[in-house]
Design a protein around this ligand. Structure first.
Ligand code: SAH
Length: 373
């Protein structure tokens, strides 16, 4: 046989096989998406295959399905939360975080209770009905101080929700915060795999304790939010599958995920940022598996891509958390490089944000915005 027909023959076989297998793979992924959409259980390997697909049609189908589910439960509503970053002191040393204890280059600040209240006043005037108090684990803010701040906000703004995001405490502390009037608590598990957790955190932190905190918070009666970073160093697809399974077990009211972004003064400075598409894919998968959850389009997503927030909404997110912190401290709460703190990220940009959100078919609402979980 002469060379040409043989090469041609191999080429034809290879072409046919590639298309056949590619086609089968795509069909399998379509099935996985439909199973997720219908709320049917799926296997870990199906999730792995979905996460490893780089097919843009698959991502689009996933986002479309997630958007349908989000519209079914929440319509086009987008809830806004006023984020008040009230301290960047932290006793922890998470390798990824810019406000870690050992970052001597960080310029530290604390807001006074009066300054925090001024943020709420301004926020309330603009239509915010949820205030999220976020900070490092700062020993200055004792249990009593936190309780006083929470109860004074609730006294003045009874029609508002107060969300805390201040890390790991004892169950009795969480109970005291709840009794003082706090409604919600955000505590990302960061990664559900212990080995991975230990590569992101020093020895004095442990995944089990973080998980215990989450279950305690739920048990006390908080609306609980958890989540993880996408593309954090050493993360594997299996880790992400574990994250999805852990959240299925926890059944949180809120799920916050965002891409990992490097910070120049941390041990992870030379690592690679998480990707937009992987984050969108995960938002959609989480929307499909938690139809009633509140899912923010996070600042980190807006930071890695100019349209990140909008794409996050289209992928199934239904919350945006503009920054209510005073302008002079905003650049100090720098948990990763180039974190957005102005424009549409800031409360001053609310009017523009409303326009932007309605231009893509959703509506910002002034509502306490409790979870429908
Ligand atoms: N001390 C609080 C708040 C931490 S900041 C707590 O422990 O819950 C809120 C979230 O920012 C973290 O949970 C983490 O997931 C995220 N974060 C921190 N550093 C980051 C980085 N370099 N890139 C992306 N997200 C980061």
């Amino acid at each position: 046989m002469c060379e040409f027909p043989r090469t041609f023959f191999y080429f034809v076989i290879q072409y046919a096989l590639t298309n056949l297998l590619g086609g089968t793979m795509q069909q399998d992924l379509n099935v996985t998406i439909e199973q997720l959409y219908e709320g049917k259980p799926i296997y870990k390997h199906q999730l792995s295959n979905l996460l490893s697909s780089e097919d843009p049609d698959i991502l689009q189908l996933l986002m479309d399905r997630a958007d349908m589910v989000r519209r079914k439960y929440y319509g086009t509503d987008v809830y806004i939360r006023g984020l008040i970053e009230f301290t960047n002191y932290c006793r922890n040393n998470c390798y990824y975080c810019g406000i870690r204890r050992d970052n001597k280059a960080a310029s530290r600040y604390r807001l006074s209770p009066e300054e925090i209240m001024t943020c709420c006043d301004e926020g309330y005037r603009l239509g915010f009905r949820t205030f999220v108090l976020q900070g490092g684990e700062d020993g200055f803010f004792t249990r009593d101080k936190v309780c006083q701040i929470v109860s004074s906000i609730k006294e003045k703004y009874a029609d508002c929700a107060v969300t805390l995001s201040i890390g790991e405490w004892n169950r009795s502390d969480y109970q005291a915060f709840f009794d003082a009037g706090a409604d919600r608590y955000l505590l990302r598990h960061e990664t559900a795999c212990e080995e991975h957790y230990n590569r992101l955190h020093p020895e004095d932190m442990c995944l089990n304790h973080r998980k215990e905190c989450l279950f305690a918070l739920k048990d006390i009666g908080f609306q609980v939010g958890s989540g993880f970073m996408v593309g954090s160093p050493y993360q594997t697809l299996d880790n992400l599958v574990e994250d999805i399974f852990f959240l299925a077990q926890l059944k949180p009211h809120m799920i916050g995920i965002g891409p990992f972004i490097t910070h120049k003064d941390t041990p992870f400075t030379d690592e690679i940022n998480g990707s937009l598409n992987m984050t969108l894919k995960l938002i959609s998968i989480l929307r499909l598996s938690h139809p009633r959850a509140l899912i923010p389009a996070t600042t980190a997503l807006g930071t890695i891509h100019p349209e990140g927030r909008e794409l996050g909404l289209k992928a199934g997110a239904n919350v945006i958390m503009p920054n209510l912190s005073p302008a002079n401290v905003r650049e100090k709460y720098m948990i990763y490089d180039d974190k957005l703190a102005t424009g549409l990220e800031a409360y001053e940009g609310l009017k523009k944000l409303k326009e932007k959100v309605s231009s893509i078919g959703y509506n910002i609402v002034t509502d306490i915005g409790h979870s429908k979980v």
